[in-house]
Design a protein around this ligand. Sequence first.
Ligand SMILES: Nc1ncnc2c1ncn2[C@@H]1O[C@H](COP(=O)(O)OP(=O)(O)O)[C@@H](O)[C@H]1O
Ligand SMILES: [Mg+2]
Length: 215
Amino acid sequence: MIPLKENALGVLKAIMSPILAKSILSLSESWAGVDMDRLRPGDIRRLMEELEKGINLYVPDPETQRLCLDRLREIMTESVQARPEEMNSTMVAVREESDIVTARAAAREVCVRLDFSLSMQVKVATAISELARNIVQYAGRGEIIISSGGVPPAIEIIASDQGPGIADVDAVMSDRYKSKRGMGIGLKGTRNLMDEFSIESRPGEGCVVRAKKYY
Ligand SMILES: Nc1ncnc2c1ncn2[C@@H]1O[C@H](COP(=O)(O)OP(=O)(O)O)[C@@H](O)[C@H]1O
Ligand SMILES: [Mg+2]
């Protein structure tokens, strides 16, 4: 496979001089803070924004601009998919109120690294706060594992504890259940904030809640 940077250079050279192509490419890389040899899924949007600025400045025809940008996005996506990003995990022990803040901050950091939009960051941070709060309130202690990466990039939260478990999962997930504590979002609201959600509860043994959100 042709290295991504060389490939992108070829696309640009088809519509502009080699010198211009080279400088637009390397300036876009440095403005976006991205290394094309190590392109990660979360980098594509930023890099494309910079490339678009450069191309629009030097290529007058809108149709040519669009075709070139489409092709660049395509080869970047292909390159990222051919080289799936490794998974990263962090664990936060949850025992007291202050751990809720720690878990929230850790999730936020991962979202920023994945280049999640601000509204997605808020959703994930809210979800993790609810799960951490439930651990503190109902189980006393537990842990949350935050994993990220994969193709398409995603963040996964696994909150587990060895507390009393949830006696009736269907009841607390039903439309009739009203969350009373915390921010009033509860498990049901958490499910709505995320793309995938599951609860495994063993009464008397504890529960594991998994929630996943895609880029
Ligand atoms: N980790 C947990 N361990 C035991 N019970 C839990 C846990 N999380 C939630 N629950 C039970 O499920 C109910 C619903 O939780 P939730 O939807 O977060 O709403 P709220 O916490 O406001 O009651 C809680 O009231 C509690 O009885
Ligand atoms: Mg709750």
